[in-house]
Design a protein around this ligand. Structure first.
Ligand SMILES: Nc1nc2c(ncn2[C@@H]2O[C@H](COP(=O)(O)OP(=O)(O)OP(=O)(O)O)[C@@H](O)[C@H]2O)c(=O)[nH]1
Ligand SMILES: [Zn+2]
Length: 360
């Protein structure tokens, strides 16, 4: 029946549930598990999840490395909860905020052998919900429990995201004259998976048969809006629009992947770690994330939707060029975008050059 949720809609519900602190039921074959994000868990639900000692705490290998916990599953570690584990203990494992002032006392016992598929899927869901990637997972032997509790259920065989990513439909576009580029038009794109909308700012009327001057800009609330001196995003955004305005045509994609895809709350957690002396890459790792969690399939999908197949890409990030090419977009030229270097962001830019391959 068409009125019941599709797999993508079930995943969107699951993300929303995790953000509210509700458990989600994952299924595979005849097995099931209840999973909940540690960040949003409250005392009552912690007691019901972990009270009988059956739950484990799954964290990414990045976070496990900081805690010196063995990640036998490669990309993640399943930490056994000590019998006296409290919600506070679980939160401290998940969140590196107090790593330096109050280091966790290991050693941590981690599970080895067995299947980590539920744990892996739950961590991926937590990341997609822009939460810290740390989840409690407990087996669920009663096949009716999830239905009785009215929990969202996902089947790993049928409900995981498709490899090709979401597809996008244009909702609306309208003329938007801007100080830097008068002949602007803003397009709003909505995905079919309930995730964020993304925007395209089209300048002039670019010829679809020629390489278009293009910028893939990732949202940066602090830099784009507040004029933060910690990064170069604001000047890059305005520099790109100004260049397109001068040339009379171009396409700027504004991708809502704040904080290189970890979300604004996690980015602020990373900034707090940077205040403790960690660089931008180390901070992401301590939180349990990769350096860059962005999905560049989105940029390629939007370009295609707008009728572009070939770009002159404004970037200093060679990984972006490689991703575009891997997604079938022709990059005929890299146009450097070197603006906004300040005393405050010099170390940040140097780290990106040294660790993430950015061109200075
Ligand atoms: N996690 C994290 N994200 C950051 C930090 N500083 C900026 N960002 C985000 O990084 C994104 C911009 O990425 P950049 O690496 O500057 O630029 P890029 O788009 O990869 O490369 P260019 O095309 O050369 O600008 C935005 O989403 C910002 O919110 C930080 O310290 N930590
Ligand atoms: Zn920024």
């Amino acid at each position: 029946m068409s009125l019941s949720p599709t797999p993508a809609e079930r995943r969107a519900r699951a993300r929303a549930d995790l953000r509210m602190g509700l458990p989600v039921c994952l299924r595979a074959g005849g097995e099931a598990a209840l999973v909940v994000a540690t960040e949003t868990l409250d005392e009552a639900r912690f007691a019901d999840m972990a009270g009988d000692g059956a739950a484990v705490l799954a964290i990414t290998a990045r976070r496990a490395e900081t805690l010196k916990a063995r990640a036998y599953d490669g990309d993640l570690a399943r930490i056994c909860l000590p019998s006296d584990a409290t919600l506070e203990w679980v939160r401290t494992v998940a969140d590196p905020a107090d790593d330096l002032s109050a280091p966790m006392k290991g050693p941590f016992r981690t599970e080895r052998g067995g299947d980590a598929a539920f744990h892996r899927a739950a961590i991926a869901l937590a990341k997609q919900a822009r939460l810290l990637p740390a989840v409690l997972v407990r087996p669920c032997s009663d096949p009716e429990l999830a239905r009785e509790l009215n929990l969202t259920q996902l089947d790993l065989a049928t409900d995981l995201p498709p490899a090709e990513g979401a597809s996008y439909d244009e909702v609306v576009s309208a003329r938007l004259p801007m100080a830097l580029a008068e002949s602007g038009r803003l397009h709003i794109f909505r995905p079919d998976d309930g995730a964020e909308e993304h925007y395209a700012v089209e300048i002039g009327q670019p010829d679809r048969s020629k390489p278009v001057l293009a910028r893939l800009h990732s949202a940066c609330f602090t830099g784009d809006l507040l004029g933060s001196l910690k990064c170069d995003c604001g000047p890059q955004l305005r520099g790109a629009l100004a260049a397109m305005g001068r040339e009379g045509s171009g396409i700027l994609l504004y991708l809502n992947q704040e904080g290189r895809g970890i979300g604004l709350a996690n980015k602020m957690r990373a900034y707090a770690l940077q205040d403790q002396g960690f660089d931008t890459v180390e901070a992401n790792h301590r939180l349990g994330f990769e350096d860059d969690e962005r999905d560049f399939r989105i940029g390629a999908a939007l370009l295609r939707e707008l009728g572009f197949s070939s770009v002159r890409l404004m970037t200093n990030n060679p990984a972006k060029i490689a991703m575009m090419r891997a997604q079938g977009i022709k990059v005929t030229e890299r146009v450097p975008l070197k603006v906004g270097k300040t005393e405050e962001n010099a170390a940040y830019l140097a780290t990106k050059a040294a660790k993430s391959g950015h061109l200075l």
